[in-house]
Design a protein around this ligand. Structure first.
Ligand SMILES: *Cc1c(COP(=O)(O)O)cnc(C)c1O
Length: 393
């Protein structure tokens, strides 16, 4: 059976060129980048070369990039690092639709005595800059609001957020894991002080990522030990992972515009196909202000989990809610925050496309979908009742 993977916001396969770029660091160039002999110096060259590649791509200095184990560590380092070393103030502003790596870190800091404001979102999943301004107090130290949402792809007004933060002398961190390589990310345009990135969302390996930290930003390290990464992240560098991460960035710089355009066309083909064939469905997230690869759809009167299992039997991989919460039947906090009722939120599917998807894949999915939805709706008491209502009107 042909397998069709439409869950790239959960993780991506490692690009073959990325794997090739990594292999030497598992074989001949295995040195510790802190060693002063030739083995070490070669590893060090690779790490510093990777830093330059990543920095150039986002318009920063190489000194402002540290390598981490991924998005979660970058988010934790940014938020906890800043709050722990803030000379005054204890207030954080974030949003209700953040990834759990941000939300739960803020929750942890609340227990330690910080105050946190969770900004609401509109029906498209986007925060209001006016509400942000109103939330600012004399105690506000940090604004952490993601660039693009992992579930809906909705893009936040990060440039405006960055401007507001700058005007008030507040630090601005953004989780850019989902926007990185899909939307332009530039540290100065965004007025960002910190940005989180993850390798495995951009065809690099799991367990590799980066954090941009603007020069002069005061923050304590999360990991304490050696002098690695300018004392901001102790631990022997994951040289192969770092080389792979940089290679994925190089590929994005080379092919990104074309790849993203092609993926957006497939994404729109999928939405048009589903919308034309299935009644009572709804697009979640902003129709335009969205990452090019993400389509989140509610199928009324059915459960997302059942759709996933039926698609899985046909070799098609999608997700509902976020990967971290699947397995539990709780509805997505992101969709609920956008005003969806529980049942509709639970009947939602996230399609996230990637570079290897073809028009044939999309047409196959469009072909099998109506049958699956009709079958599930026929078994749904909600749907039977809904149709009954229709007949009476
Ligand atoms: C995947 C993801 C993360 C976590 O990144 P890891 O590298 O898996 O730790 C954080 N934020 C967002 C928006 C994500 O999509």
């Amino acid at each position: 059976m042909k397998k069709i993977y439409l869950d790239h916001n959960a993780t991506t396969p490692v690009h073959p060129e990325v794997l090739d770029a990594m292999m030497p660091f598992y074989k001949d160039i295995f040195g510790n980048a802190s060693s002063i002999h030739g083995f070490g110096r070669e590893a060090r060259r690779a790490v510093e070369g990777a830093r330059e590649t990543v920095a150039a791509f986002i318009g920063s200095d190489p000194d402002e990039i540290i390598f981490t184990s991924g998005g979660t560590e970058s988010d934790n380092t940014a938020i906890r690092g800043v709050m722990e070393s803030a000379p005054r103030g204890n207030h954080i502003i974030t949003s209700v639709i953040e990834h759990h790596a941000v939300l739960k870190t803020c929750g942890y800091l609340e227990k330690k005595g910080c105050k946190v404001t969770y900004l609401p979102v509109d029906e498209f999943g986007i925060i209001s800059v006016d509400e942000l301004k109103k939330a600012i107090t004399d105690e506000t130290v940090l604004i952490t609001i993601m660039h693009a949402n992992n579930e809906t792809g909705a893009v936040q007004p990060v440039e405006d957020i960055g401007n507001v933060a700058r005007e008030h002398g507040i630090l601005f961190h953004s989780d850019a894991v989902q926007s990185f390589t899909k939307l332009p990310v530039n540290v100065d345009k965004m007025n960002a002080d910190m940005l989180s990135f993850s390798g495995h969302k951009i065809y690099a390996p799991k367990g590799a990522g980066a954090l941009y930290i603007r020069k002069g930003t005061k923050m304590s390290p999360l990991l304490i030990g050696g002098h690695h990464e300018k004392n901001r992240r102790a631990g022997t560098e994951n040289v192969a992972g770092i080389a792979g991460f940089a290679k994925a960035v190089e590929i994005a710089r080379r092919d990104g515009v074309e790849t993203n355009k092609r993926i957006a066309e497939l994404r729109d083909r999928l939405w048009t196909g589903l919308k034309d064939k299935i009644k009572d469905i709804k697009l979640n997230g902003h129709p335009e202000k969205r990452t090019p690869n993400t389509l989140n759809v509610s199928f009324k009167f059915v459960e997302g989990e059942s759709i996933i299992l039926n698609l899985d039997m046909e070799g098609v991989a999608v997700s509902s809610g976020s990967a971290c919460t699947s397995g539990s039947l709780s509805a997505s906090h992101v969709l609920l925050a956008m005003g969806l009722d529980h049942a509709t939120a639970q009947g939602s599917i996230r399609f996230s496309l990637g570079k290897d998807n073809t028009a044939g894949d999309i047409d196959f999915v469009i072909g099998i979908f109506p049958g699956i939805i009709n079958k599930l709706r026929a078994m749904s008491p909600l749907y039977v009742q809904h149709n009954g209502d229709d007949d009476e009107n």
